[in-house]
Ligand binder design. Sequence first.
Ligand code: NAD
Length: 329
Amino acid sequence: MPKLAWVRAATSLSNHEICSISKRHQAAKGWCRHLKGVGILKVLAKAGCVADLISVAAISFYGSEPNRDAPVQIVGGANKKDAGSLTFAGKSALVTGAAGGIGTAIVRALREQGAKVAAADRELSGVAAEAHLEGDLLDCAYVEGLAAAANDALGGLDILVNNAGVITRGPVTETSDADWNLSLGVNVEAPFRLCRAAIPLMAGQGGGAIVNLASCWGGKAPGPNHALYCMTKAAIASLTQCMGMDHAHQGVRVNAVCPNEVNTPMLRSGFEKRGFDPDTAVATLGKSVPLGRIAEPDDIAEVVLFLASDAARYICGALLEVNGGKPVS
Ligand SMILES: NC(=O)c1ccc[n+]([C@@H]2O[C@H](COP(=O)([O-])OP(=O)(O)OC[C@H]3O[C@@H](n4cnc5c(N)ncnc54)[C@H](O)[C@@H]3O)[C@@H](O)[C@H]2O)c1
């Protein structure tokens, strides 16, 4: 994860402390003289990664007399060895929807940070992972056995990402029974069954983290003409909050990421079906986002990794909106 944090030069860490943390990095010393302490770096220092972070930030700012009250961008340096609670060395993860837009990014990011990954999807030929568990999430037997299969293949299960999803469009009056079964089956029932199987496994191994993919549309502000999709995403959000409370005592943290629009096949296929050119439509949609663009899969994957990581060790039952500043209206 090359970009770790924005921190504000603020409090608590003395120049002496920063310099001693980063003493093996000569370049950092000049920068440290100017910067009067950054509280969050203290936390990062405990995670064992601050020296490299400081050194990279120092190289960026060295010679430019950084303003101690200005925001400081940590521009890199979180290598696998030093990133402490944000690394996944020795961790095993199961990711559903692993061949999709966001799923591909999650699998790649987890593996880059040292995790072993069991990928699950209907077709996985192009997906690099330690285990490939192909199947249909509408098949109850497959879903019921998936957590155990990942556990067996990887020698443990620390992380489950319920990422697979389908979108059905239209109001209720244009929604078929097949739409209902598909939406509920993939977006709600499969994560329910997977969590039910994974939680005891994780608890028995000392704990774990589950991250569900909900949506900005699944909560207080559903989008128009996607009744079933919004309802299923509200359901998984609610389930996340309940499981987050109910299983924290077992050391299993359950949280959800709620993206707004993300540039993936799910979104692009919708434009195509409505006769729009996806690239043009994505660019136009980006203008409605305060950050100036819709999300890319990596923007979501990195938040998933944060919630799955030890850095989020005190977060349970949270629904984290990732929206570029664009609320659903
Ligand atoms: N793209 C967006 O704008 C957006 C916004 C908010 C939330 N989300 C959520 O993010 C998650 C990932 O979405 P994405 O945009 O990457 O979509 P995507 O269509 O690119 O990927 C979804 C993946 O789920 C898999 N899948 C679907 N049905 C399955 C089944 N029956 N069995 C096994 N696998 C199945 C698909 O094969 C696919 O690889 C979804 O839960 C989605 O609802 C996406």
